[in-house]
Ligand binder design. Structure first.
Ligand code: ADP
Length: 328
């Protein structure tokens, strides 16, 4: 029999993303709904080891569903990677009578949660919060949709100046290992070419595509480049390459950077966060542990943390084909 759950802790860890506040709100209100106490833990695993906790009731999370970032702050902690660090964290949870932990974060945070669960048999549940959408077991992570909307808005604005001046723009978006942001935002923003880490298009293909686009009468072009594209050149090197090898292009570069992480969460992310928070708390109440809550076929589903961490989130091949057709 699993032990009776009376108090749940919630923390945000690793890279922040929009929708984390909406998820905290949902965890807190679901606890209140079921008559459980809830504590917020500041600064991820750092605050957990220090016992930096705050009691949260349904009213203390008012007015945050529309806020980017995380009211609990996020942090990275080297100490939590040690057994001593995790022992400290366990002692603080026991001291405060916390019976279960909801971790909102990415695969690093989930690795920490999984090891912690294995060592102390402490109930943990993960909520995927990262803009990269690189977690197995969910079609969407919190913050991905908001980041896409931000990127598409930026592409639209850059296109105005690109077409006014007949320019070629390389726009770098986040996604070191995965091209989800680049592919989706590229299709939505009508990019002429999209360079993602999963595909090696090669510089020749890029050249050919730009020439084709010019021939077809386009006066400006937008190329979306994921941080980790396989051509192996960073965005400034791409500009240099075109400057040196292709005449007649006025090339500009725009790196969108951290603006992609922040901002008021989209409707989609707010709804997703609300659903995930409910599922996380109710799953702990049902005695489930060491899972991540995810969205699959529009249903809330649980995936073992180990699979969520080790599994690969694959690029959508159908969308890749759509992108190829659209950039013809
Ligand atoms: P994200 O959760 O966004 O992937 P990180 O990879 O930085 O972010 O991980 C966040 C935190 O999770 C780390 O600072 C560390 O405290 C914890 N963590 C990551 N890997 C491990 C591990 N192998 N063992 C214990 N804790 C870990």
């Amino acid at each position: 029999m699993s032990k009776i759950i009376k108090k749940i802790g919630v923390l945000t860890s690793g890279g922040d993303s929009s929708g984390m506040n909406a998820a905290i709100r949902s965890v807190v209100r679901t606890c209140a709904f079921h008559g459980l106490e809830c504590v917020g833990i500041y600064r991820g695993y750092e605050g957990l080891m220090e016992g930096d906790f705050i009691n949260l009731d349904a009213r203390s999370v008012k007015g945050i569903i529309n806020k980017g970032g995380t009211i609990l702050k996020s942090a990275r902690s080297e100490e939590f990677k040690t057994k001593e660090g995790r022992q400290k964290a366990y002692d603080k949870l026991i001291e405060s009578n916390v019976d279960g932990l909801v971790v909102i974060g990415g695969d690093g945070s989930f690795t920490g949660a999984m090891i912690f669960n294995q060592e102390f048999d402490f109930p943990v549940m993960g909520i995927p919060g990262t803009i990269d959408n690189d977690i197995f077991g969910t079609t969407h992570t919190l913050g991905f949709d908001t980041a896409l909307n931000t990127v598409v808005e930026a592409i639209d604005k850059i296109r105005d100046t690109a077409s006014s001046h007949n320019r070629l723009f390389f726009i770098e978006v986040m996604g070191r290992d995965v091209g989800h942001i680049a592919l989706n935002a590229g299709v939505a923003g009508g990019a002429e070419e999209i360079l993602i880490p999963e595909e090696d298009l090669g510089l020749e293909r890029l050249e050919e595509s730009l020439r084709r686009s010019r021939k077809s009468g386009k006066s400006s072009s937008i190329v979306i480049v994921a941080e980790g594209d396989k051509i192996g050149k960073n965005i400034f090197e791409l500009k240099e390459y075109v400057d040196e090898n292709m005449s007649g292009y006025d090339v500009r570069v725009s790196v969108l950077g951290h603006m992609q992480r922040g901002g008021s969460p989209s409707c989609f992310d707010r709804v997703l966060a609300s659903r995930m928070g409910v599922k996380a708390v109710e799953s702990i109440l049902e005695g489930k542990t060491n899972f991540m809550v995810g969205l699959l076929n529009n249903k809330m589903e649980l995936t073992p943390l180990e699979n969520a961490i080790k599994g690969k989130s694959k690029i959508n091949l159908e969308l890749l084909r759509v992108s190829d057709i659209m950039t013809t």
